[in-house]
Design a protein. Structure first.
Length: 463
């Protein structure tokens, strides 16, 4: 068993313990046995075989199936986000991101989240002290949205960096240039030995120029060469190699390690600008050309909102046609399914996660869609007719719209009734586009990200 398999097995074992703790907690609170009957030991003696009917193994299996089908046995605070070939999760005390590396291994990175405690005057138990902005309705929605965007962008950049392995990239370039695939295994390895020895020496010289205290690795021995050959062969199987153009090589020489951060920053600026044009400026500009729609504030706001929704749905659908974005949507589905599995008090295994629904009412997609719908209502109060004035007024209203949408999404996640189902319906429908069914490897990533975020005391995780 590899080191990564050991890690995954340990994570699954930790989740099994957490699920058992949660089941015991629910039994004491609600006096229901549905979540605990399946864990009862089977009879070992004749006397135990004559136990009451509620301990019958057939009923135990039925109870386990009922628990597996339960939509929300436990509403968790843990939330997440799909990344490039990975998943990020955040719990009450810890955040984690798990990415599938080009080598096939899962890289897990965790970080602690600051938290303070106070004594509950009613129960005498310790409870988490909510930050000041989380106590103020409307304000908490805006603050949490901005913080989620910042954390998500940071993790997305890290995930993108993890997908680029300089050694694997250089190896793929060498294979293509030398046409290694046409050679026998023995000939290919002989060429690799010479190339890798020279490659290691060049890297030592390059690092010494940057850091005079760098410890030179020296020429690799036969065992090291054989190990790197096996690793690079496996890592390059699914690696998407693109040969650099002359301009890209020039940028790499001039900017070095800074080039990635510069590119990501430019991409972020372009993304924000594109979102502004598509969802704030363009809808108002389009409606302004249709004179019959400009006579009434209500009609104008509904028309602008309809254009926004069409653009949003169309944009998400079109981007989902790209292979890389579709894989991100699959990781999005893995994130939802894993959270649903944990909320159902089931052990986090690939088999259990696969059974869960990939749609979740507290998804960020549902929040954005709700922002578009709520924006139609507030747009009815926009008194301006000139496009740039309507855009500016819409920007001023945006924090209020996000605040109201956040409170509604909290209600939809906390309660299950006809009203909350109506609130959740548009977002759940939209998730048919933004989530896709994940495969086993993607579910493994989501489980690896989820497990470190589960608190020791599951009462701290109650939504």
């Amino acid at each position: 068993m590899s080191e990564q398999e050991h890690l995954l097995a340990a994570q699954v074992a930790a989740q099994n313990d957490a699920a058992a703790q949660f089941a015991a907690h629910k039994e004491t609170q609600t006096d229901t046995a549905e979540l605990t009957e399946a864990s009862l030991p089977e009879p070992e003696t004749a006397e135990e075989t004559a136990a009451p009917a509620e301990h019958d193994p057939a009923r135990d299996a039925s109870a386990e199936q009922s628990a597996a089908k339960a939509e929300y046995a436990h509403k968790s605070k843990i939330g997440g986000q799909a990344l490039i070939e990975g998943v990020m999760m955040k719990g009450a005390f810890r955040g984690a991101m798990a990415c599938r590396l080009p080598s096939g291994e899962i890289d897990v990175e965790t970080w602690d989240l600051p938290a303070a405690f106070e004594t509950d005057p009613k129960t005498g138990k310790q409870r988490i002290v909510r930050k000041w902005y989380n106590r103020i309705p409307l304000v908490r929605g805006c603050v949490n949205f901005v913080m989620s965007m910042v954390d998500g962008y940071r993790c997305m950049m890290k995930a993108a960096e993890k997908q680029f392995d300089e050694e694997v990239d250089d190896f793929c370039g060498w294979k293509k240039h030398e046409k290694i695939d046409r050679l026998s295994e023995e000939q290919a390895f002989e060429k690799f030995s010479a190339w890798f020895s020279e490659y290691r020496r060049n890297k030592d010289l390059e690092m010494l120029k940057k850091d005079k205290e760098y410890q030179v690795k020296g020429d690799p021995d036969a065992g090291t060469i054989r190990a790197r050959w096996a690793y690079l062969q496996k890592a390059s199987e699914n690696y998407e190699y693109e040969e650099q153009s002359k301009f890209e090589k020039w940028l790499d020489e001039k900017l070095g390690d800074k080039i990635f951060n510069i590119i990501m920053t430019i991409a972020m600026v372009i993304g924000v600008g594109l979102a502004f044009l598509l969802f704030l400026w363009l809808p108002r500009l389009v409606v302004s050309f249709v004179k019959p729609l400009t006579d009434s504030r209500i009609i104008k706001s509904c028309a602008e909102g309809l254009v926004k929704i069409i653009l949003f749905v169309g944009y998400m659908w079109l981007t989902g046609r790209a292979k890389s974005i579709r894989r991100t949507y699959e990781y999005h589905g893995a994130e939802h399914k894993t959270i649903a599995c944990f909320e159902a008090a089931l052990p986090l295994t690939v088999e259990n996660v696969k059974k869960q629904c990939r749609f979740h009412p507290r998804c960020g997609t549902s929040f954005i869609f709700l922002v578009l719908l709520i924006g139609i209502f507030f747009g009815c109060f926009n008194p301006y007719k000139i496009v740039w004035q309507r855009v500016l007024f819409g920007l001023l209203l945006l924090p209020l719209i996000m605040g109201v949408s956040y409170e509604l999404i909290r209600l939809a996640g906390r309660y299950d009734n006809p009203l909350t189902r109506i609130l959740s319906a548009p977002g759940l429908w939209m998730q048919r586009i933004t989530t896709k069914e994940p495969d086993a490897s993607q579910i493994e990533c989501a489980i690896a990200a989820m497990t470190p975020c589960i608190p020791d005391n599951l009462e701290d995780d109650e939504w």
